[in-house]
Design a protein around this ligand. Structure first.
Ligand code: 2AM
Length: 174
């Protein structure tokens, strides 16, 4: 077993979407601490302290026949208790649900557990937030063609993310 790290699986937005999300943060104003553009992501499965080698094997197995898909971020929300303001897809394709389910199954097979049972896909835009006023209208298209494994290191100034692995999810016909 390799040394444990605080791990999660995520979808990382492409540069053009990061820019759009940053613009949306600007429109929302100073409602909290904005997540920096390079840290914006959607968590697929949160592992917490786990063995990266087993997580890597699980992802390879779970993505073997997986396809890419398109998400449309069109909804804002607020987790009051954690002070998080997020954007999410109102509906999302089965392919994401399937990826999540396969990942959990392969992780479980290797003795790893994810912390949350059901999938609540969202991109956190602000932390320590107190939203005020209406949300801007937005509908952001996100072609997803990769799953990433991320190691999170806690620093005084906030978490630092390291890309620990990536698996292609081919987009296109079929
Ligand atoms: P958040 O953005 O809603 O805070 C790294 O910490 C990522 O994992 C963040 O996207 C965070 O979600 C998510 N995360 C942190 N703790 C979690 C937990 N116990 N269960 C599920 N996701 C978690």
């Amino acid at each position: 077993m390799t040394e444990r790290q605080r791990l999660f699986f995520a979808l990382w937005p492409p540069a053009h979407l990061r820019e759009r999300l940053t613009a949306v943060q600007g429109e929302l104003g100073r409602i909290g601490r904005p997540v920096a553009a390079e840290r914006l992501h959607l968590t697929v499965a949160f592992l917490g302290n786990s063995d990266p080698e087993r997580a890597t094997e699980a992802a390879a197995a779970a993505t073997r026949e997986a396809r890419g898909f398109v998400l449309r971020l069109d909804r804002f929300g607020h987790f009051v208790r954690s002070g998080v303001v997020w954007m999410a897809p109102t509906e999302y394709p089965n392919a994401l649900e399937t990826l999540h389910r396969r990942l959990r199954r392969e992780l479980r097979r290797r003795g790893l557990r994810t912390e949350r049972r059901s999938l609540h896909p969202h991109v956190t835009l602000f932390r320590k937030a107190t939203p005020s006023g209406p949300h801007p209208a937005a509908s952001l298209e996100w072609p997803v063609d990769e799953l990433t494994l991320v190691a999170s290191v806690t620093r005084a100034e906030g978490p630092e993310y390291h890309r620990a692995g990536a698996w292609r999810l081919p987009l296109g016909e079929g």
